[in-house]
Design a protein around this ligand. Sequence first.
Ligand SMILES: Cc1cc2nc3c(=O)[nH]c(=O)nc-3n(C[C@H](O)[C@H](O)[C@H](O)COP(=O)(O)OP(=O)(O)OC[C@H]3O[C@@H](n4cnc5c(N)ncnc54)[C@H](O)[C@@H]3O)c2cc1C
Length: 639
Amino acid sequence: MGKLNSKIPDGPLAQKWTNYKASVKLVNPANKKKLEIIVIGTGLSGAGASSALGELGYSVKTFCYQDSPRRAHSVAAQGGINAAKNYQSDGDSIYRLFYDMIKGGDFRAREANVYRAAEVSNEVIDHYTALGVPFARDYGGTLDTRSFGGVQVSRTFYSKGQTGQQCLLGAYSSLNRQIKKGNVTMYPRREMLDLVLIDGKARGIIARNLITGEIERHAAHAVVLASGGYGTIYYLSTLAVNSNASAAWKAHKKGALFANPSFVQIHPTSIPQLNEFQSKLTLMSESLRNDGRIWVPKTKGDKRPANEIPEEERDYYLERRYPTFGNLVPRDVASRAAKERCDAGYGVGETGLAVNLDFRDSIKKQGKKAIENKYGNLFDMYRDITGIDPYEEPMRIYPAGHYTMGGLWVDYELMTTIPGLYAVGEANFSDHGANRLGASSLMQASGDGYFILPNTISNFLSGEISIPKISTDKPEFVEAEKAAVDRLNKLVSIKGKQSAGSFHKRLGKIMWDYCGMIRNEEGLKKALVLINELKEEFWRDLNIPGTRDELNMELEKAGRVADYFELAQLLVTDALNRKESCGAHFREEFQTPDGEALRNDEEFAYVAAWEYAGEGKPHILHKEELKFTEVEMKVRSYK
Ligand SMILES: Cc1cc2nc3c(=O)[nH]c(=O)nc-3n(C[C@H](O)[C@H](O)[C@H](O)COP(=O)(O)OP(=O)(O)OC[C@H]3O[C@@H](n4cnc5c(N)ncnc54)[C@H](O)[C@@H]3O)c2cc1C
């Protein structure tokens, strides 16, 4: 594998994207129809890419494992979507959004891509508004905004606490328009099992029809992965339970480098785990930190009900430690601070693994109605799950696995290291460095899908116009299908005693204990041993009822868990390699005397891009050095 070429265009940062678009090779409209593109995923990035590519005139085939594209995980996003519109005239700008993201990510993202993400953010908001997304409006009728962590401006557009759902409905309607026009063919309830390469280029996929079990071959001139993140590697997470890494992992094993896998965001405000049987955690949006104040009792082990603890006996520890940003510090900082308080014995609730998120003061100041207008559905959700009314008592919250900054390495064009294979949205290693700021994912996923990929993909496809429709009878398809079927047969034939879910749960616990919010060398080395032992047990004692030729959800789960074992090994290896703390990656050995992350820019200002070297062989590390020309690499402080 040669040196990584990130293909950053020349010119000043603010001109790169404009210059790129003005000079990129185009595909003539008559040729577009002849070119086929496969898109895996129908979240905001996939639905956006499919509809924009369809609108351009390409022949698009779109896949998702849900019964409807509008059930993609993006539907769950709550708090909002960022854009540098500066409607509040509070000093926001494209540069400031870019700077906040670079700083928020602890200087571990590529400048040019981040600037472009900030640049297209405004187009994204205009586009969704045109699609009819009902963003909240202020009294004067213009779009309203609120603040999210790690910033001092108000740039987050929202639809109550269901921004993802409303945006996805907009994206889904534009996707449907293209389906109706015949430009997009939709394949729901399909799972991509493998990527097919012909002469080193991505030319198709092997998929399983999840209803019938039938194995299908699909060919195209290019493949786009919009398959989401891998936060469910922790088993308990805020993600949809079916979210998984298999599409990206299969591409990785075919040659796409995997970047920064250990950069995983732990979200500070999830509803804490209630019992051992739970299979998912529920997020309480970061937007709540606009009006909710986080605190624990000043006395260790104080078990009085929250409302009986007087003001002077409450420790608003974020406001105390970080007076400038207070409750709106970024997620990594807020998560570690909650863990620190709970580990020190100040946690609340039966388990002591929770802190209070209290709306008493805001309700007093703004009235219950105002709080209900902003967060009503989140409050209802909290009450339905816990039985506690958050208008009357503080919410209890605790950090949980949430978002993965790591993913497939992509260049400026969002192309992976496999020619013709692109990754967009959460599936790529993206623009968020070592820590994503709130409300920047919907922005990035939508920007990638609607505005960036449709421009960059023509650079590759313009060289493919002489390639006729690709036949799925080619030996590469036959071989890939055989390998996929062999693997399914192998999983079904183990006939052991334990379910895929039980292995997933145990893997998740190892990951959470040794490679979660805080990591150290000893724990990471132990995790590698434990993961390996569990992986061997999985391949010895897995039980899958039924066959592969039918609807078989246990088989689906098993395939994803099998991939998670391999990804977990790489994730831990990456965390071991990065001997520094940055963003969400906190190595205990590398911290300042007051417990903040201690970066090592001399040795680690790079993207770690890992190459698969074959079964049982160690991954090979490639480094993309990060050069900052527009910003100074400073210590990230929110004090
Ligand atoms: C609870 C929660 C709340 C959030 N709130 C916010 C927020 O307020 N603001 C914000 O900016 N971000 C938020 N995020 C993050 C954000 O929702 C996601 O990062 C983003 O929606 C990801 O979009 P995507 O298009 O990349 O992928 P997804 O929406 O995850 O879609 C993945 C798609 O890929 C398909 N797929 C995957 N694998 C396969 C396969 N093998 N075969 C076929 N299809 C496959 C799936 O079917 C699905 O259609 C939140 C995340 C969570 C968990």
